[in-house]
Design a binder for this molecule. Structure first.
Ligand code: PAF
Length: 315
């Protein structure tokens, strides 16, 4: 039996979680091997600490494939878990190094990278692209230490090119809890985008945990943001219900009440945020359709101002 090889790129909390979930599954069968892909030119090994949901701690020695590694050409699937704004450059560098049949899965917050990725893939007719979103909870405690903090749904769906092989679908389905294969992945991504448009900028602007957004003073903001998103999605051919979307936003606010959203964390740690792929994607699509989206424009501008303030404080 040939071994199917999976690479995971992006060593943030979600990248390390996905790697560990697949590695746990791969351990129980010899037909799958999983690697991390690093940014350094040559391969090296690393010890990853993984704490699972039952608080069991496991140290795992992993191979991190370097950018010049010939083993990149043997991968059947690469799961890309970097920030949305890193995807385009990464694909430019990585695609020429992969096997001609390799499948790509993009997994990050926000939307928009799929449009450029599809253009890149035109030059690789045997490759395929799937898109994914996840609500799995993970916390990176140190550079190579990750804790699985809670199960949540992961949704994957085919977007363009060749379809993902059934053996890889089976492997991921066994490895990732609550995995849903969605035939309308763009609809699923819009649903998650709406949650991120409502929660992420507001928590960063008002410097609060997700749960505080349940306060009455935020209701008008949240309603407006979601209403604008629904209108733009509709113009893009995606029909979503306003009451169901608002209900979903409040459900996530409650379920993640103690979380510091990824955008608020980025602002606190003076990092670039994914705003251009969250509110910014809605603003961009709205401009195409000539729809006014003042609440999302305002959020994008406010987050940009916070990023600029962070940069000038750092210099
Ligand atoms: O980006 C995040 O933080 C998460 O996607 C979410 C769902 C808003 C929860 O914090």
């Amino acid at each position: 039996m040939t071994t199917q090889k999976i690479g995971v790129i992006g060593a943030g909390a979600i990248g390390q979680l996905m790697f560990n979930l697949i590695a746990t599954q791969a351990n129980s069968q010899t037909s799958t091997a999983v690697y991390l892909i690093g940014r350094e030119p040559s391969s090296h090994s690393n010890t990853l600490q993984f704490t699972d949901l039952s608080q069991s701690r496991l140290n795992r020695t992993v191979t991190v494939l370097g950018q010049n590694s010939s083993e990149l050409t043997e991968l059947d699937l690469v799961i890309i878990c970097v920030k949305a704004y890193q995807v385009n450059n990464l694909l430019c560098d990585l695609l020429p190094k992969l096997a001609c049949h390799c499948h790509i899965i993009l997994l990050h917050n926000g939307m928009g990278t799929h449009l450029n990725a599809a253009k890149h893939l035109c030059g690789y007719p045997k490759m395929g692209l799937s898109l994914a979103t996840t609500s799995q909870g993970a916390l990176r405690n140190a550079q190579w230490q990750v804790t699985h903090t809670g199960n949540g749904q992961t949704t994957i769906g085919h977007y363009t090119g060749q379809k993902l092989a059934n053996s890889l679908i089976d492997c991921l389905s066994q490895a990732i809890p609550e995995l849903l294969w969605h035939t309308e992945i763009i609809t699923a991504l819009w649903q998650k985008l709406i949650i991120n448009c409502a929660i992420n900028p507001l928590t960063a602007i008002f410097a609060c945990k997700n749960g505080q957004l349940a306060e009455d003073r935020f209701a008008k903001h949240i309603n407006m943001i979601v209403k604008e998103c629904i209108e733009v999605a509709k113009a893009d051919g995606i029909s979503l219900s306003l009451p169901a979307s608002i209900e979903m936003v409040y459900k996530v606010i409650t379920l993640t009440a103690n979380n510091i959203s990824s955008m608020y964390q980025d602002i606190l740690q003076q990092r670039k945020t994914e705003i251009d792929y969250i509110s910014g994607y809605v603003v961009e699509r709205a401009a195409q359709h000539q729809i006014a989206v003042p609440a999302n424009v305002n959020n994008q501008q406010s987050i940009k101002a916070l990023e600029i303030a962070n940069r000038s404080n750092a210099t």
